[in-house]
Design a protein around this ligand. Structure first.
Ligand SMILES: [Zn+2]
Length: 227
């Protein structure tokens, strides 16, 4: 670390402290970035927040597009309402490869059978943050076996998986704690097997996490100084 970097870091911390004083009067918890709480978790340090740039949803191929667009129109609208950023379901084809980041505020979905051969029932997502640790893109593999008549999956379970993977795509992880709230719901992000999902829409736990992704925007500069 050189002298210039140290100076920049000190300046950033000063700004953060000043912002905290202002915020303290109406939000007792606004004491810096927060990455987890009861029933929710943000995938820091790779992703600490979401910035204001709009997002695009794209597809690996035309089959993925025709199968998943009807679901993702709903998922995108719900995510957009929590995050306050525009999320457009496009017709773009963006081929994806497992292990290679998708960037540019794009999430590309692939609908395919057994995307992870070692775990044939799994779907999965790889999400990437940019240099400022803002969520910046993801590849999402949705296991098409869930639509096979012989598997007897219900439509709500299929929706659960899409909603769960889409939350991973913008930076949520699996929480350390998985309580049941007064409505009898466990956090959607607690499910680590396809059978263990309880809500097909985001619960108040995910809603809290999404709002925190937005709040953490205030601390973007600090995050750079810490690297
Ligand atoms: Zn998951």
């Amino acid at each position: 670390m050189n002298t210039a970097r140290i100076a920049a870091t000190a300046f950033t911390l000063t700004l953060t402290a000043a912002a905290t004083v202002v915020a303290a009067s109406n939000d007792a918890h606004a004491l810096g970035p927060v990455y987890s709480g009861t029933g929710w978790k943000i995938n820091a340090p790779g992703i600490t927040h979401i910035d204001t740039a709009p997002w695009q949803i794209a597809f690996h191929d035309t089959t993925s597009r025709s199968k998943l667009t009807p679901y993702l129109n709903k998922t995108a609208a719900e995510l957009s309402s929590y995050l306050g950023v525009k999320i457009t379901v496009t017709t773009r084809i963006v081929p994806i490869t497992r292990g290679t980041c998708v960037t540019g505020h794009t999430i590309s979905y692939r609908y395919m059978s057994k995307p992870d051969p070692n775990y044939p029932n799994r779907s999965f997502t790889g999400a990437c943050g940019n240099a400022l640790h803002a969520a910046d893109g993801a590849y999402v593999y949705i296991n098409s076996d869930y639509w096979l008549k012989t598997r007897n999956f219900s439509e709500p379970v299929r929706m659960n998986v899409i909603w769960h993977e889409s939350a991973h795509a913008i930076g949520l992880g699996h929480p350390a704690t998985c309580p049941t709230n007064s409505a009898g719901l466990r956090p959607l992000m607690c499910a680590d097997t396809y059978k263990d999902l309880r809500t097909r829409r985001y619960s108040p736990y995910e809603a809290t996490a999404f709002k925190q992704l937005v709040k953490n925007r205030l601390y973007t500069v600090t995050a750079v100084g810490e690297r």
